[in-house]
Design a binder for this molecule. Sequence first.
Ligand SMILES: [Zn+2]
Length: 431
Amino acid sequence: MGFVSSRAWGLVAVWVLAAAVGCAGSDPEAPGRVLVVGLDGASLRVIEPMLKAGRLPNLERLAREGVMGPLRSAMPMASPRIWNTIATGKGPWKHGVTDFAKPGPDGKPRLLLSSDRQTHAIWNILSERGFDVSIVNLWNTYPPEKVHGVMVSDHLLSREVEGRETFSGAAETPTGPLIHPEALAPLLMATLRDAEPLVDFANPFESDVAIAPNAPRKVMAKRFDEDLALARLTVEIDREIRPDFTMLLLPGIDRISHHLWAGMEPPEAYPPYMRMTDAQRLGSRAVVEAYYEFSDALLGKLFALYGPDDLVVVLSDHGFEAGVALISLTGIHEGQGALDGVFFARGPGIPAGGRLPKGSLRVVDITPTLLAWLGLPVARDMDGQVATFLDRPSVAAIDSYDGPPIERLAHDPENANTKRIEELRALGYLE
Ligand SMILES: [Zn+2]
């Protein structure tokens, strides 16, 4: 935990120096560092057979050294609802992010912003206690909050924003700074131009393998690049400030699974008009599995930054199931078949080789469990509980962590999103 004045964050030079002296490494009582990686939509139906086949070596090691199993989601499984539940320990009616958008004063839909979150997320709680945090691409982190550390907004990847506009019918996307502290943005964005690849893995959508006929290859290829960029940013932030608590959300698995899930199901799972050739079905499956292998390789790069005293967690907000949406989507997460996401964790206080019974760990339990691991109390206004597998001394609960106001960077709703896209283009990141 660094106890660095937030006033120091204005200048990169001051900030890097402050981070160097603020490190908790010299305190033997301090808990280790924490890494939480969200793989949106990751499913045990894909992971379990791949683990057995030895195709996900980093998740396999995590499972061997710690616990793994299903993580029970909650309906309806819209990603912002669930990720905000994971990050707050509270259900949607308490945290306030019940959907993608809500009607604005003019009646037109408006994307839900960070200011729509009605309660403290774990990064606010930790920031207020002097932990250095690194928060990358979590839902509703626009405008970025002035955390004690770094916050990369989920609006950074502009395609994502465009997708949300289309999805939610929102009329406008406000823009402004997308990274806190703003002074760090040029350095972080510059790392995205690195010629050296973070992982040695070919983009599976740039091959000509047969896949589901309506699946948008170019859009999915972009998802691959985006996950790669988000992982790279996270590694770079780690290098800069060595955060006590890192939380990263990689959206790619969810997005490609919507298009290619038919590859994971028997042909009879779909109506005749949705059926594919065997080659298309097998190709779709091969590409989904390749994407999981790619995600595992990214995890390996992140895990390498953490030692045995640290806590490493990988989780997803829901799974996937067969279903038809729009004209070409063959994977959905609406019913019982998708209700379980995944959970992996290893670190002190977590039994090696532990397996979670179905339904034993819920999305509301994640924040209480992370707090308990860090030796902090759970709040009585949270809906979740500390995971039963965690062996940590119990700390008396407190009523609530809410109270101190959350400061955010300013944003200009008048400023068109195109400006941000132009900036990203100028950095060579967007086509
Ligand atoms: Zn989804």
